[in-house]
Unconditional design. Sequence first.
Length: 132
Amino acid sequence: NITVSGSLTESVTKRVTETYAASHNTTVAANRVQTIGGVLKNSSGSNMVMSSGGKGIFNSKEKMELETKDTQLLKSENQQTLTASNTDITQDVDVTGTSTASVDHLSNGKSGFGHTHTISGGSSAGTTSAPD
């Protein structure tokens, strides 16, 4: 057992490898700050869980990627908002519920605002009215 009742500073100029036979638990009563000059890699042979009792924030000065080889689930118990100068979706989108837009919606270059259809024959021949 190691007990430190004051401050502890460790300075290592070469590589450090730590191997734990079972679990490793670290408890920090206040803040923990890690400053890494290179790549920070956390990996797990099983599940990886990150949780917060408060706000969770990920900041990146460059491109941020989330990648999975299986299904990805983004879940919020409240409103979810995506904010970007532009959002591209490159595959199909299934919507369960109502899709609303505060501006005109284009489908294959055709405006949804004031959009009508012409029925060329039969008892319903004529032009449909625009959507409400």
